[in-house]
Design a protein around this ligand. Structure first.
Ligand SMILES: [Zn+2]
Length: 166
């Protein structure tokens, strides 16, 4: 499904949603992210009625999955830091609409917990057993210097590799 959006109902949309760049203008990255966020939060619009719920889900998502936006820590730096949405940013975009599907909060929260369930199962089972201490650890490496796949013989966790008692 192609995502269609409409910004014309947003108050002062010319200045809220667009950044002037010489003769041209480009979409404010915050607006762009909120358009995609309608699919993430399961609400097709930031209506007057849904705006607070929209922010609630956005906040839930960013707190559990990480910020949707990042910024450079400083000029010329390769490091980025997360930028979390604020209530004011969402409020400024009341009127934004897309063709995303609507989910109830209960259905949406269930979908979010399923994401975490799957991620945790994957991470948990990805931790191999150390041949030194017998514990599961994500730091187990075999002789090939990578996560133990059993192909290079024994694998040891970081504590055992460093000779410490694990
Ligand atoms: Zn160990």
């Amino acid at each position: 499904m192609a995502l269609h959006w409409n910004l014309s109902e947003i108050k002062n949309s010319d200045s809220v949603c667009w950044i002037k760049d010489g003769d041209k203008s480009h979409m404010n990255p915050t607006t762009e992210t909120l358009i995609w966020a309608t699919m993430i939060v399961g609400l097709p619009s930031i209506s007057e009625k849904d705006a607070q719920e929209f922010y609630w889900r956005l906040r839930f998502y960013e707190q559990t999955q990480g910020a949707l936006r990042n910024k450079w820590k400083s000029e010329g730096s390769d490091d980025v830091e997360p930028v979390y949405f604020t209530a004011d940013e969402v409020r400024a975009h009341i009127g934004l609409g897309t063709n995303a599907s609507r989910e109830t909060r209960a259905a949406w929260v269930k979908r979010m917990t399923q994401h975490i369930d799957r991620a945790v199962k994957r991470e948990w089972n990805a931790s191999p057993i150390c041949d030194g201490c017998g514990k599961r650890s994500s730091t187990v490496e075999d002789a090939g210097g990578r996560v133990d796949d059993g192909a290079d013989g024994l694998g040891f966790c970081a504590a055992c590799r460093n000779g410490g008692a694990a």
